[in-house]
Write a protein that binds this ligand. Structure first.
Ligand code: ATP
Ligand code: MG
Length: 391
């Protein structure tokens, strides 16, 4: 019954050249998001985007709901610009959108001024037709209707729709530049990555891998998480950093209670270098204040000191429960709870320093060949391209 999907996007703050770039990016991402379905033309006119339906409405809706930058979508019936045709279409749309019955009103927009009736006249005639031809579970309500049937009269035809399906909101991925995401196999960092993508950021994943202390399966877990993130972001790249030598050196040369602090300082140094090499200008992490010893404010201060790059922590105000809810919604949770060791838990001291001091951390690092260790880890870094897999 539906021929088209109408895609609405938020226009707030969009001006001039930015706006056309935003729309072009969104169209590109829509095409990428639905590429596993039959090919079709995606067009932008009248400040909206239109996607033709080919007997695949449900799949199409599902895929469009994973494209950031879409505010909402509506399945649309297209008819001749003929009042009788419009009435019949509106009746089908009403019964399909509100199968249980309920209150409705009709609203019309007429950009084709050659159409002989005004917008209020069309609404009134279509509204009374719906009222007369519907069973009595339906009633008209001009003030607080549960449902609004929209009629648009355009040069190329009449468009009727009623259902409004919320989109993922945010901005199209690729419209806000690039950042690295420190991606562990845990619950939090994939959610942080998803939130970065929601704001239009293209993510380069960085994972620190301590083979053979951590297994190949731990790495596979991160690759699987990337696959899920790529459903939202289109594609992504993962840098797998060989972290073993660094961890060994820290264990040998630094006091145990500073192990985590110095390890994380090394992670940030590496993330910064990978970022700059890839024209990325921020580091995202899944940290939240107070979760573990390395996430106290004193700890963050001492760790963060190694980089001037913005370190963005989108989960900072969230409780674990809220983070888990998002992880379940986006599809990373079940992968994250697989029980393989991460390099952070590996050398976890019995009593990590909760308030590590910057001067002490710096003094202890004098025992390490920082530059040599960083270079070696970067040389051994493996770069993996993750493409979107069919769900
Ligand atoms: P997560 O659930 O994301 O693992 P967490 O609550 O376990 O987070 P930590 O282990 O302290 O917290 O890690 C804090 C952040 O540091 C992670 O969210 C992630 O951004 C980064 N991180 C930790 N371990 C790794 C790793 N092996 N590779 C890349 N980034 C990591
Ligand atoms: Mg973790």
């Amino acid at each position: 019954m539906y021929e088209l999907i109408l895609v609405r996007y938020g226009e707030l703050g969009l001006k001039g050249k930015n706006k056309s770039q935003f729309i072009n990016r969104l169209i590109l991402n829509i095409k990428r998001g639905i590429k596993d379905l039959a090919p079709r033309e995606v067009r932008s006119t009248w400040g909206r985007i239109w996607v033709p339906v080919h007997d695949d409405l449900d799949q199409l809706l599902e895929k469009l709901q994973m494209v950031f930058g879409i505010y909402s979508v509506s399945p649309v019936v297209k008819t001749e610009k003929d009042l009788e045709e419009i009435k019949k279409a509106a009746l089908r749309v009403l019964h399909d959108s509100l199968p249980q019955g309920g209150s409705f009103k009709v609203e019309t927009r007429r950009s084709d001024k050659t159409f002989p009736l005004t917008s209020p006249e069309i609404s009134k005639k279509v509204g009374s037709y719906l009222f007369v031809h519907s069973p009595d579970i339906y009633r008209a309500d001009m003030h607080h209707p549960q449902h609004t049937i929209e009629v648009e009269i355009r040069a190329e035809g009449a468009f009727v729709y009623g259902q409004v399906v919320p989109g993922a909101k945010g901005l199209p991925v690729g419209s806000s530049g690039r950042a690295v995401l420190m991606l562990s196999g845990g619950i939090d960092s994939p959610v942080a990555g998803w939130m970065a993508m929601k704001r239009g950021v293209t993510i380069e994943g960085v994972h620190f891998h301590s083979f053979p202390f951590t297994s190949e399966r731990a790495k596979q877990k991160v690759l699987d998480i990337c696959q899920v993130l790529a459903r939202w972001g289109g594609k992504m790249r993962l840098h797998v950093v060989h972290f073993t030598e660094i961890q060994k050196a820290i264990r040998q040369h630094c006091r145990e209670e500073y192990g985590i602090t110095i390890m994380r300082r090394m992670m940030f140094r590496l993330a910064e270098r990978i970022a700059l090499k890839n024209k990325a200008y921020a580091i995202y992490t899944g940290e939240s204040v107070g979760q573990v010893a390395s996430q106290t404010l004193e700890s963050m201060f001492t760790i963060n000191n190694v980089t001037n790059m913005p370190v963005l922590r989108p989960l900072v105000g969230m409780d674990k429960e809220e983070i888990i809810k998002i992880a379940q919604k986006i599809g990373t949770y079940d992968i994250s709870i697989r029980p393989y060791e991460d390099c952070c838990t590996l050398f976890l001291p019995d009593y990590p320093k909760i308030r590590p001091r910057l001067d002490e951390a710096e003094a202890m690092e004098k025992n390490l060949d920082i530059e040599g260790l960083l270079q070696e880890a970067l040389e051994k870094t493996e770069v993996i391209e993750i493409v979107q897999e069919e769900i």
